[in-house]
Design a protein around this ligand. Structure first.
Ligand code: NAP
Length: 500
């Protein structure tokens, strides 16, 4: 497809979104759509064409402080609603997200580049966190503790932590927000969201739908622009009681250090370096399908993407051939084109990172089996790539490549595979392919990771806890456990209970 056709399609989508009222281009503070106070803007681009989709406000500390104040004010009444009332608001928001699934999916493809089918999947997945939170809102139970003294009664209340600052990345423009905001609102917290300046439009559309759902002004606020100014304001405020962040490990560490100043609660969903271990006893087809999904979803730009495909020597050649064939069939192109499985990378810096990692690997002896260069479509399209003979010294296996490159590493024994897999500071997702049930248990237990997929490459769901160990983060999102991140426990002791 030529670039002119791509841009015409994208323009048509942008115009439809505009008409639907979901193409919001201002920040949301206290229920009002506002520009940056100094009128500065930033451009949002379509990564497939380079065309400007919209200008959004380039906000900073002042706007963030106002958003915090409005969230603080709204907290008073929102936290006092019954859980059932908050649940109804969330359910309505979920219904609206699903009713606008098509437009939201198109918006994700437009600003982020992933294929429309994947984008629609993200809307269902993202909306799922709101639905789940609506249900769980009603199950925030406390406890009664048997007292050691006869004249006392002891119990535990679970109460909302307060105003939450939620900072999110560009790779899942909707789901990374709903995964935080759903449980926060369910528990009675209010939020100031800072989406990535690269993909703010989906966040703004979701916020518009929260207003349409009747969620009161100030409960959901959105600011975007100067990331460090916004971050610093959230960190400095004593009214913000919690920072929840998804993004790079480097920024996560900065936020964790910054949160110390006011001793805020912190949740961090950071980078991964996922091993995908294929044992000799794996079903080849299952392993190829699983590794393909785990590696190439969102063109390799997810924190749970298989970053190292670690293959046992007995199946190595067979796997490398079958996997390369499957990768060759991945169609690259604009996300709006039917059948496309790989969209563009998010920006030029992302392509340059892939190039430098590949160069490093080749200079140290790795061999390119497939791809290995920019795609003929130009822009930031990159060929799906398979590289063999990768070892632990190469950047490709030490850091997240965050692109469509699958490095193959070879191992002999189960112990060696576990050692290779755990030889990293990251610990988010890991994948294991084996038909040996004992081995699947053994290896799952030995892997130092927060999530393990056995014979499955796509494991994220709103009903299960998502999060990393080691430097991949703190806390969990999704599932019943995800709500704990937005709750404080209060112990109440009633004394003098024997008197009348
Ligand atoms: P990033 O550069 O860390 O950015 C994430 C967010 O932090 C963006 O909103 C960014 O704003 C903001 N930010 C940057 N510097 C900041 C500062 N000093 N103070 C406050 N906020 C700041 O990460 P990314 O490149 O967008 O995302 C990719 C990374 O996210 C990868 O490492 C990936 O593994 C990780 N990730 C993890 C998970 C998980 O669940 N564990 C999920 C998805 C992604 P701007 O974009 O506006 O600059």
């Amino acid at each position: 497809m030529d670039s002119l056709k791509i841009s015409t399609e994208a323009e048509a989508v942008a115009s439809r979104l505009h008409k639907s009222g979901l193409l919001r281009t201002q920040g949301l503070i206290g229920g009002k759509w506002v520009d940056a106070y100094d009128r500065k803007t930033i451009k949002v681009y379509n990564p497939a064409t380079g065309a400007v989709i919209a200008d959004v406000p380039c906000m900073g500390g002042k706007e963030t402080n106002d958003a915090i104040s409005s969230a603080y004010e709204a907290f008073y009444s929102w936290s006092k609603l019954t859980a059932a009332a908050r649940s109804r608001y969330l359910r309505k928001w979920y219904d609206l997200l699903i009713a606008h699934r098509e437009e939201l999916g198109q918006l994700i493809t437009l600003e982020q580049g992933k294929p429309l089918k994947e984008a629609l999947g993200e809307v269902s997945y993202g909306a799922g966190f709101i639905e789940f939170s609506a249900e769980e809102a009603k199950r925030v139970y406390g406890d009664i503790i048997p007292s050691p003294l006869a004249d006392r009664r002891l119990f535990v209340l679970k109460q909302p932590v307060g105003v939450v600052g939620a900072i999110t990345p560009w790779n899942f423009p909707l789901a990374m927000i709903t995964r935080k905001v759903g449980p926060a609102l369910a528990c009675g917290c209010t939020v100031v969201i800072k989406p990535s300046e690269i993909t703010p439009l989906t966040a703004l559309a979701a916020a518009e739908l929260s207003l349409q759902a009747g969620i009161p002004p100030g409960v959901v606020n959105v600011v975007m622009g100067n990331a460090s100014d916004i971050g610093d304001s959230l960190l400095a405020s004593t009214q913000v009681r919690k920072i929840t962040f998804t993004g790079s490990t480097a920024v996560g560490k900065k936020l964790m250090a910054g949160a110390a100043g006011t001793v805020k609660k912190v949740s961090l969903e950071l980078g991964g370096n996922a091993p995908c271990i294929v044992f000799d006893d794996a079903d080849l087809d299952v392993a190829v399908k699983g590794a393909l999904a785990a590696k190439f979803r969102n063109s390799g730009q997810t924190c749970v993407c298989a970053n190292r495909v670690i293959v046992q020597e007995g199946i190595y050649e067979k796997f490398a051939n079958a996997f390369s064939k499957a990768v060759q069939n991945l169609q690259v192109g604009d996300g709006f084109t039917e059948g496309v499985a790989q969209g563009p990378l998010i920006n030029e810096a992302a392509v340059q990172k892939v190039e430098s990692f590949l160069q490093d690997a080749i200079s140290k002896g790795a061999k390119v089996l497939l791809g290995g260069k920019r795609h003929s479509l130009g822009m930031t399209f990159y060929e799906p790539t398979v590289v063999s003979d990768v070892n632990g010294e190469m950047l490709l296996s030490r850091e997240e490549v965050f692109g469509p490159v699958a490095p193959l590493l070879r191992f002999k024994t189960e112990d060696e595979a576990i050692h290779l897999a755990n030889d990293t500071n990251a610990g988010l997702a890991a994948y294991v392919f084996t038909n040996n049930i004992q081995r699947s248990w053994r290896v799952s237990e030995a892997l130092e990771y927060g999530l393990v997929g056995v014979n499955e490459g796509v494991i994220s769901t709103e009903v299960a806890p998502f999060g990393g160990v080691k430097q991949s983060g703190l806390g969990r999102e999704g599932s019943k456990y995800g709500l704990d991140e937005y709750l404080e426990m209060k112990y109440v002791c009633l004394g003098n209970m024997n008197s009348n």
